[in-house]
Design a protein around this ligand. Structure first.
Ligand code: F1P
Length: 346
């Protein structure tokens, strides 16, 4: 990713080259709008990208399901940049979406994992995430790699547009270097998460709540649980709960809440109170050292403290582990979930 950000060209089997963001700096700086198209987990990464790019670079972002976008008649201009995110680089809906956007004059930027796949070939420039092969069908490390790429892009664009103070940028970049060790620390909750999974392996439903960039993380947590354990799960913005899903909450309903110490902390606490008042069972993802949420929640899983920009990278880890352990305890094949294809090419 670092090389891509510096604009290094990646030769693809000697046939196609994918330039990095550097050559497209002016395009990004002057873009009227960024449209992110993707499917499934990659779409959730796109939503994280929306929060980060709008927050730091102040460029308007829309995130569209490629499978829907391709069949409507969206307004796209030459001043738009379409970012296509895909682990496999072969998803038919995402390919069709970018072909349509390209025909309308947009610049296409791919974020893909598989080197030499079709989407990079259709793109004007892009980033390879180099996460290594996804052994299982459900995306896991590809998601965190996509989020890392989008985080770096948001910082890069912010710097070029002058929408971030140099001191803040330097602080973020030095914290970014600590992320691998913070991820290691987050992984240490594995044993605890397995114990929690024992209690919920027979659940029929689950609700995932988050605010800000914790919301796409909640969506991804719910999708992982659905994909590999076949438990019905919904992800919601925590504040949206009172507009409907609250009706589902009872003592049978595990509610997984991203309740880390960031700008939404106080509001999330009141969401947890609403769940507890209806006898819901709360599994909270909290910042190390938290006591307030820990006191209210039935179960708490700690992640290390970091700037809010890195919340999606760290909060995703316990949710992936939770789905994994629940699926294994239910006897599901986590690598090859039923009905799910590694790349959906039709
Ligand atoms: C998109 C996706 C994956 C999902 C499954 C089906 O793939 O929805 O997120 O886990 O493999 O396809 P991609 O475009 O990111 O390769």
């Amino acid at each position: 990713i670092g090389d891509c950000m510096r604009g290094r060209i990646y030769p693809l089997e000697g046939k196609v080259k994918l330039g990095g963001i550097k050559e497209y700096t002016e395009k990004f700086k002057n873009a009227h709008r960024i449209i992110i198209v993707a499917c499934g987990t990659s779409w959730h990464a796109g939503l994280v990208g929306e929060y980060l790019i709008e927050e730091y670079a102040r460029i308007p972002v829309e995130v569209e399901y490629a499978s829907e976008f391709r069949y409507r008649n969206p307004i796209i201009t030459e001043n738009d940049i379409v970012i296509a995110i895909s682990q496999s680089g072969e998803t038919a809906d995402t390919m069709a979406a970018i072909e349509m956007a390209k025909a309308k004059g947009a610049t296409i930027f791919g974020i893909c994992n598989v080197v030499g796949s079709s989407i990079p070939r259709l793109s004007d420039a892009g980033i390879y995430t180099h996460a290594g092969p996804e052994i299982g069908v459900a995306s896991t490390k590809a998601f965190t790699a996509q989020v890392t790429a989008l985080t770096l892009m948001a910082f890069y664009m912010a710097e070029k547009k002058g929408t971030i103070a140099q001191t803040k940028l330097i602080a973020l970049l030095s914290e970014l270097e600590r992320i691998p060790s913070l991820v290691e620390r987050a992984l240490q909750s594995d044993g605890l998460i397995r114990e929690i999974s024992e209690k919920f392996k027979d659940s029929r439903n689950a609700l995932f709540l988050g605010r800000g960039s914790g919301f796409p993380v909640a969506l991804e947590g719910a999708l992982k649980l659905k994909e590999i354990s076949y438990i019905h799960a919904e992800g919601y913005p925590a504040a949206e709960m009172k507009h409907g899903p609250i009706a589902l909450i009872d003592e049978q309903m595990p509610v997984i809440v991203i309740a880390t110490k960031n700008s939404s902390y106080e509001k999330v606490i009141s969401n947890i109170q609403e769940v507890k008042a209806r006898k819901g069972v709360v599994i909270a993802i909290v910042t190390e050292g938290d006591t307030e949420v820990v006191r209210m929640a039935d179960y708490s899983i700690e992640i290390p403290s970091a700037d809010e920009a890195f919340l999606p990278l760290l909060a995703t880890i316990p949710l992936q582990l939770l789905s994994y352990h629940i699926a294994v305890l239910r006897g599901c094949n986590v690598d090859q979930p039923r009905n799910l294809a590694k790349s959906v090419t039709v």
